[in-house]
Ligand binder design. Structure first.
Ligand code: UTP
Length: 290
């Protein structure tokens, strides 16, 4: 079974970033020179996926517009001979086919995935969360597709976190079946420190088999009335199986202010035009702190 579509849920309210996100969707906040959503879509495209299904809500039109063709802008840039900018703008609108599905109420990540059932159909699919930026030599989704190819079961990306921080994450417990690949035995949402021996935390990249939709139908609203994707994945694990993959790369939680700043510094340092002078600037700041 080949993965051809990626679901990118962007219907959340982004409350951790208020007031910045009162009008601007958090996925449109810029990291160096691109909105975070563009990093996510570029990773999906670089992984060989041909179609993105955005789960949107009211007030999120800017995201769809960002990937749309803009006749006025392209004609203007062509007329003015601004060819570099024209190339950049064209690159975005030609990246990928984007289909949008509305989530009428923010009833949780599980619910956001559930509303894509009609467009996904009976195919495995990827889910990438706009909050999680992964800087990797091999795109994280591509790495996960390799694992899916081998096991043909759903895969969730995990990273090791300090044991005293497990209570901030969804944690998986399992047995390592090959280097970095775990057959999941248990998923625990935010376990109290000391109650699990695992420090493998779930991050926002998944490859899911279509059976997840039946599991979502049987998932009752949990904390805050939200339908949790983790709860549905636990049913899937129990009935079919689930693998966790310790991806190679650096992950940033860009939905959180500190994570967003770290992502900005990381991508600025590796930027082809800005990297050198930004590093010099940081060195000066650091030496002035000594
Ligand atoms: P988050 O909980 O991190 O996003 O969900 P949020 O709710 O927008 O942010 P805060 O906590 O209020 O600051 C992870 C991803 O799932 C999407 C979000 O848009 C985000 O990309 N999501 C979440 C939905 O699409 N629908 C939902 O009902 C909830």
């Amino acid at each position: 079974m080949q993965v051809k579509k990626a679901v990118v849920p962007v219907a959340g309210l982004g409350t951790r970033f208020l007031p910045a996100t009162k009008v601007i969707p958090k996925e449109m906040l810029t990291v160096v020179d691109r909105p975070t959503i563009q990093y996510i879509v570029e990773e999906v495209v670089a992984s060989g996926i041909k179609e993105v299904v955005l789960v949107t809500a009211s007030g999120k039109n800017a995201i769809e517009d960002h990937f749309d063709y803009s006749f006025e802008l392209e004609s203007f840039l062509a007329q003015k001979g601004k060819l570099d900018l024209l190339k950049e703008v064209r690159h975005i609108s030609r990246l990928i086919d984007v289909v949008s599905v509305r989530q009428k109420e923010p009833l949780g990540l599980g619910h956001a995935v559930k509303v894509t059932r009609e467009v996904i159909g009976n195919q495995p699919f990827a889910v990438s969360l706009g909050d999680d930026l992964v800087d990797a030599a091999t795109p994280c989704v591509y790495q996960m597709l390799q694992v899916f190819d081998r096991y043909q079961e759903s895969v969730v990306a995990v990273q090791e976190v300090p044991p005293d921080q497990v209570d901030r994450y969804g944690i998986i417990e399992g047995e390592e079946v090959e280097d970095g690949v775990f057959r999941v035995h248990r998923m625990v949402e935010k376990p109290a420190v000391g109650t699990t021996r695992s420090n493998l935390a779930v991050i926002g990249r998944y490859i899911l088999r279509p059976e997840i939709f039946d599991c979502l139908d049987r998932t009752l609203p949990g904390v805050g009335g939200e339908i949790q994707l983790t709860d549905a994945m636990d049913i899937l694990r129990n009935e079919r199986g689930l693998y966790a993959y310790r991806f190679k790369g650096k992950r940033f939680d860009a939905g959180d202010k500190l994570g967003y700043l770290k992502a900005t510094v990381n991508y600025a340092l590796s930027h082809s035009e800005l990297g050198g002078s930004f590093a010099e600037y940081l060195r000066k700041i650091v030496s002035s702190l000594d």
